[in-house]
Ligand binder design. Sequence first.
Ligand SMILES: NC(=O)c1ccc[n+]([C@@H]2O[C@H](COP(=O)([O-])OP(=O)(O)OC[C@H]3O[C@@H](n4cnc5c(N)ncnc54)[C@H](OP(=O)(O)O)[C@@H]3O)[C@@H](O)[C@H]2O)c1
Length: 324
Amino acid sequence: MRRAVVTRFGPAAEAVGVEDYTPRPPGEGEVQVRMAAAAVNPSDLVAIAGAYPSRTPLPHIPGFEGVGRVCAVGPGVEGLREGDRVLPIGSPGAWQQVKTAEARWCFRPQPELTDEQAALSYINPLTAVRMVRAHAAGPGAGPVAVNAAGSAIGGMLARLLQRRGVRPVALVRGDASRPAVSGPEWAGAVATDRPGWTEELARLTGGGPQVAFDAVGGEEGGRLALSLRSGGSLVHYGLLSGLPLAGDLARRRPDVRVALFRLRDWVHAAPRDEVQESLDEAGRLVLEGAAASTVQASFPLERVREAVRAAQERGGRGKVLLLP
Ligand SMILES: NC(=O)c1ccc[n+]([C@@H]2O[C@H](COP(=O)([O-])OP(=O)(O)OC[C@H]3O[C@@H](n4cnc5c(N)ncnc54)[C@H](OP(=O)(O)O)[C@@H]3O)[C@@H](O)[C@H]2O)c1
């Protein structure tokens, strides 16, 4: 069998390789899953780069999201049989042909989803659904802004918000991403590489957003927080800049709130039934289009470095999949 592997942290396209391995037989409460498709997400790339060294033992088999079929069942497993299609979540390892996973962390994707859709039906759809539910009540709740708006999750947030009668303002880091935010779900777009972007945002939102979804952090996330109207919230859920938010935000704007969202925390704390219900809802939204991702390219495992480079391309045209 073949799998992607990282033996030393570093820039993802250089640090990841491919090796032969013999899958571990399933132990008590475990299954083996023959992976069919796996996503290449920013969270995979930062883990390969060594952003979470304490919880990323080496060698590291990347891939937090993917779909496959059960191919062997260990002792004590109930409710799963060979051939069942599952999302083996809660641990990395989707970038390999066979993943040995705990059965309690295997969830069922919506049956109507293709493997490509199912492989992208967990991390971004669930995060978008939960954040919109928690932080953007509806049309009366004030204007909303979304940064890294050309990302897969940016598009999902906009479409889910539009369903609630709110059209957010898109923030993109440059003109290359503008085509991705030209749809009717957006109220307008602002490029953050232009001087005066916060004034433009204030104009488009009539005095600043009430809620801003921040996947960037660093300087851009900080300026977005400062641009909120009084009583507003920054929902901080990503670090695409590689830098944290400035530590003095609370002092500079005591009248705004910073709320952190990490899907991982929610999934590990929620009862199993609730995770499956949320995945069912996310899967339906993928089928309806609101939480769907555009796939720009699929690569066999052997071309994992190319897959990583395609995912990192600036102004990319959608998600990249690995087909192990
Ligand atoms: N907290 C959570 O639980 C959670 C869950 C899901 C996703 N996320 C986060 O959400 C973010 C987006 O994920 P995704 O899968 O939707 O991404 P994606 O579709 O793979 O696209 C990456 C996007 O990031 C943008 N980008 C990269 N570096 C940037 C920078 N320094 N400043 C501004 N934009 C930048 C790119 O912009 P261009 O178009 O200009 O290239 C592109 O639109 C990631 O940070 C991810 O970790 C967090």
